[in-house]
Design a protein around this ligand. Structure first.
Ligand code: R1P
Length: 290
């Protein structure tokens, strides 16, 4: 079945609507970052650059690092942008741009988020690097897709009961990292845990500047939640969407977090740029071996 031009939208040059990319411009190994400026921070380490394209907050550079072809793309902030980035990256490999039909053969991408995050556990210090084994999404993104089969509904129910979750907020959804990517990246130096993804930086992550939050005990409830030996470790704004959509679309995903803040102790990193750069260099060396 041919996809209608209103659903699968291409620009005049044949590129995909928001990312402005053509199928040959992306690698099968993708690094996502939030900040468009962080794309160059990653690709400065590359041996060669093949192409670089920017539209809105979506800056994409493809090149080679130690013989491995890699695409680095900025997503901006939030899972609403992740919906666009994941669906358009998938279209670039799994939809035929000439016939506008789904390709009979599926291509799987490896998607690695190199992001920043805040710890909610006292024992996970600033400047640590944390791999998200699971994500708990407080955004509603995955509820707009048929997603029940890929979610850990026991974890969701335990979390709702523990927090006495207000039903006016969307029900949190629990999704997982790619086990093989997690195993490939994990070292003794890494922290691991459940990452909570939220729809905002201030109230949704328990920050009160001038506005009171709906549940002032939320971060404490996150800190004390335990389920089958797992705990929530950190807060950020993209991982649940990346894990949920990657799983549904048949891609592998892993979220790597540079911990810049510790919300439980009130500490912020003294050298965040260095922490992010060290995370990037270590991750590139593992990605080269994929
Ligand atoms: C908020 O400041 C942003 O930083 C974190 C959050 O997920 C959110 O996108 O990640 P990035 O540094 O990767 O953007």
């Amino acid at each position: 079945m041919t996809l209608a031009p209103s659903e699968f939208i291409l620009n005049e040059d044949g590129s995909i609507y928001h990312l402005h990319l053509l199928p040959h411009q992306i690698a099968q190994t993708i690094i996502t970052v939030g900040d468009p400026d962080r794309v160059d921070t990653v690709t400065q380490h590359f041996d060669s650059i093949e192409c670089s394209v920017q539209k809105r907050e979506f800056k994409t550079t493809t090149g080679v690092y130690q013989g491995k072809r890699i695409t680095v793309i900025s997503t901006g902030i939030g899972t609403d942008n992740i919906d666009i980035v994941l669906n358009e990256l998938d279209a670039l490999v799994n939809i035929d741009f000439k016939t506008q039909m789904l390709k009979p053969e599926h291509t799987a991408l490896q998607i690695i988020r190199l992001g920043t995050s805040g710890s909610i556990q006292k024992d996970i210090p600033v400047d640590a690097v944390l791999l998200s084994e699971k994500a708990l999404g407080f955004d509603a993104l995955l509820h707009f897709y048929q997603s029940k089969t890929v979610r850990d509904q026991h974890l969701e129910q335990a979390f709702v009961a523990h927090t006495k979750w207000n039903p006016e907020k969307s029900i949190p959804y629990a999704v997982s990292a790619s086990a093989s990517l997690l195993n490939h990246f994990k070292t003794k130096a890494h922290y691991t845990g459940i990452t909570a993804t939220n729809v905002g930086f201030y109230g949704p992550q328990g920050r009160q500047l001038r506005l009171k939050t709906e549940d002032s005990a939320l971060n404490n409830k996150l800190e004390t939640f335990k389920h089958k030996g797992e705990r929530i470790t950190n807060l950020e704004m993209e991982t649940s969407g990346i894990y949920g959509l990657s799983t549904l679309l048949g891609h592998q995903a892993l979220s790597v977090n540079a911990i810049l803040a510790n919300r439980a102790t009130g500490v912020f990193s003294k050298n965040p740029a260095n922490t992010v750069n060290q995370m990037i260099i270590a991750a590139l060396d593992r990605i080269a071996l994929l």
